[in-house]
Design a protein around this ligand. Structure first.
Ligand SMILES: Nc1ncnc2c1ncn2[C@@H]1O[C@H](COP(=O)(O)OP(=O)(O)O)[C@@H](O)[C@H]1O
Ligand SMILES: [Mg+2]
Length: 258
C-alpha cells in the first residue's frame, strides 16, 4: 500500500465534476495534511458532498487529479475504500439491531475477521461511552447515541482518513456537542485524519484545526479558523464566512418596499 507522501492525506489539482450543465466542482485545488481535522465549510450546493464522493471512490471526476494517501482515486478504488471511512449525509441504520450487532454487520461487510473485529468494537464502544447500552436495540437510542454508533461504524477498519458529511446537521445542540467531543477524542487517540463537511461555522470553529471554505465549486479561503477571521477582517468565523460566501442581508434593500 502506498504511504502518504510528506504527510499529505488529500491532494487535488484542478478537479472538475459536471452533472450535465451543472458544474458542481470547478478547478478544485485542495491539500489536507495527515492528522488534520479539516473542516470543509460551504453553503448548500457548494459541492462538498460531490467532492467527498469523488475522494472516497464513489464518483468519477470529469477532469483533474485527486489522490488520497498517495493513491490516485480514479485508479485504485479498492485501496481507497480500504483506507478510508465514510459517514454519508443520510446514512442508513438498522433500528432492530443492537449497537454491537450493527457494528458486527458493518464489519462483516468490510470483510473483517471475528476476533479482531470484536476487539475493535469493544474498544470503540469504550471510547464512545456506550458500554452498558451496547446490547439495546438502536431504536431505543437518542439521536446523539445513534450518530455515535454511525461514526464508530466508519472507524471499524481503522482507516487513515474518515469523511464525515454533515455529521451534526440533523442533530439538536446537545447531540451535536456529543459528536463534537467524540471527534476530538478520536482525533487525540488515533492518528486518523478527519475531513468534515459542514455548513455550521460554530461546529467548524470548535472542532477543526484547518478550514477550507468552498463556494460554487471552488475553495475561496483556507487556514486556521483564526487566520480566516483575520484575513477577512471579521469579528468571528460566522462573520468571516458570510463576508466570504455572501449572505449578509442588505437591510436597506430589504426594507425599501415600505
Ligand atoms: N447526482 C447529481 N445529479 C445532478 N446534479 C447534482 C448531483 N449531485 C449534486 N449535484 C449538483 O451539484 C451541486 C453541488 O452539490 P453537492 O455536492 O451536493 O453540494 P453540497 O454538499 O455542498 O450541498 C449542486 O448544484 C447539486 O444540485
Ligand atoms: Mg452535501
Amino acid at each position: 500500500m502506498t504511504l502518504a507522501r510528506n504527510g499529505v492525506s488529500i491532494r487535488t489539482e484542478r478537479l472538475n465534476k459536471a452533472f450535465g450543465p451543472v458544474q458542481a466542482i470547478r478547478n478544485l485545488d485542495l491539500e489536507v495534511l495527515s492528522g488534520n481535522r479539516f473542516g470543509f465549510l460551504g453553503p448548500n450546493g457548494a459541492g462538498k458532498t460531490t467532492t467527498v464522493r469523488i475522494l472516497s471512490g464513489l464518483l468519477r471526476q470529469t477532469s483533474g487529479y485527486a489522490e488520497v494517501c498517495g493513491i490516485d482515486v480514479s485508479r485504485d478504488r479498492d485501496s481507497i475504500k480500504a483506507i478510508t471511512g465514510l459517514l454519508p449525509e443520510t446514512p442508513g441504520l438498522y433500528s432492530k439491531l443492537s449497537a454491537v450487532e450493527f457494528l458486527e454487520f458493518i464489519g462483516a461487510l468490510n470483510g473483517q475477521s471475528d476476533e479482531k473485529l470484536h476487539r475493535r468494537i469493544d474498544s470503540l464502544l469504550g471510547v464512545l461511552g456506550l458500554e452498558g447500552r451496547q446490547d439495546d436495540l438502536l431504536e431505543s437510542y437518542s439521536s446523539g447515541m445513534k450518530q455515535k454508533v454511525l461514526v464508530a461504524s466508519t472507524l471499524l477498519h481503522n482507516p487513515k482518513l474518515v469523511f464525515l458529511d454533515e455529521p451534526t446537521s440533523r442533530l439538536d445542540p446537545s447531540a451535536s456537542a456529543v459528536v463534537k467531543d467524540l471527534i476530538l477524542v478520536l482525533s487525540e487517540e488515533t492518528d486518523t485524519t478527519f475531513f468534515i463537511c459542514t455548513h455550521m461555522t460554530g461546529f467548524a470553529e470548535d472542532v477543526c484545526d484547518v478550514i477550507g471554505i468552498l463556494n460554487q465549486g471552488g475553495v475561496v479561503a483556507r487556514g486556521s479558523p483564526q487566520e480566516i477571521v483575520d484575513s477577512a477582517g471579521a469579528g468571528d468565523l460566522e462573520d468571516a464566512y458570510l463576508r466570504i460566501v455572501g449572505g449578509k442581508v442588505d437591510r436597506e434593500a430589504l426594507l425599501a418596499w415600505r
